[in-house]
Design a protein around this ligand. Structure first.
Ligand code: 5RP
Length: 222
């Protein structure tokens, strides 16, 4: 029986097939993305460079000698990144995602939006009918903490500030549990309209184009 880590490793390696040679690619954050970064080292000379979705990812890429560019510099060289490869905390049948377990959701969404294709690498434990079982992370400007938590309660959720955590952008994360998200795109919009919300972890607008799912029997492409 394959462990969750073995499934993550398999999908991370399978994602190499989506790396466009000679291009700049976006790279995500988390334990599955880390395995992808380690696999990417084998083809570092075949790409022009990477854009990282977090400081932690940038550091890991550099430790392998992989070129890391700031997004603004990359977009002076190319119109779009060819592909964005990252994990997720949950995915639904429409390939909408919850992300931000690692707190990097805003930069992840920015890099995904700048990429032609989003290839999401997950194991089968992340598959759900509706998003919401995993706490929904919201990146919030600190001044708006109480305002945003009040709105999360009105929506029927239970909100908690992630203790001892500051995002790469200097903000806090509010995690919301107890939401059954039947219309992911509408909730993504509604939460992003609250002043002080930088972004939330629903990726409906930036949903995955391809999901590589690790199962005990191998990698499935959805
Ligand atoms: C980080 C993320 C990650 O993609 C998500 O948390 C999944 O992580 P892992 O690959 O470790 O299970 O959104 O902000």
């Amino acid at each position: 029986m394959m462990t969750q880590d073995e499934m993550k490793k398999k999908v991370a390696e399978a994602a190499l097939a989506y790396v466009v040679e000679g291009s700049i690619i976006g790279v995500g954050t988390g334990s599955t993305a880390n395995m992808f970064i380690d696999a990417l080292a084998s083809m570092k000379d075949k790409i022009k460079g990477t854009v990282a979705s977090s400081e932690v990812t940038a550091e890991r890429l550099r430790s392998h000698g992989i070129t890391v560019l700031e997004l603004n510099d990359a977009l002076k060289q190319v119109n779009r990144l060819s592909v964005y490869i990252d994990g997720a905390d949950e995915f639904d049948p429409q390939k909408c995602l919850t992300k931000g377990g690692g707190g990097a959701l805003t930069r992840e969404k920015i890099v995904a939006a700048a990429s032609d294709k989003f290839v999401c690498i997950v194991d089968s434990t992340k598959q759900v009918d509706y998003l919401g079982a995993f706490p929904l992370p919201i990146e919030v400007i600190p001044m708006a903490e109480t305002l945003v938590m009040g709105i999360a309660h009105q929506l029927g959720g239970k909100a908690q500030v992630r203790e001892g955590f500051t995002t790469d952008n200097g903000n806090i994360i509010v995690d919301v549990t107890g939401l059954k998200i039947t219309d992911a795109q509408a909730l993504e919009n509604d939460l992003n309209e609250v002043p002080g919300v930088v972004t939330n972890g629903i990726f409906a607008h930036q949903r995955a184009d391809v999901i590589l799912m690790g199962t005990p029997d191998g990698v499935e492409t959805l």
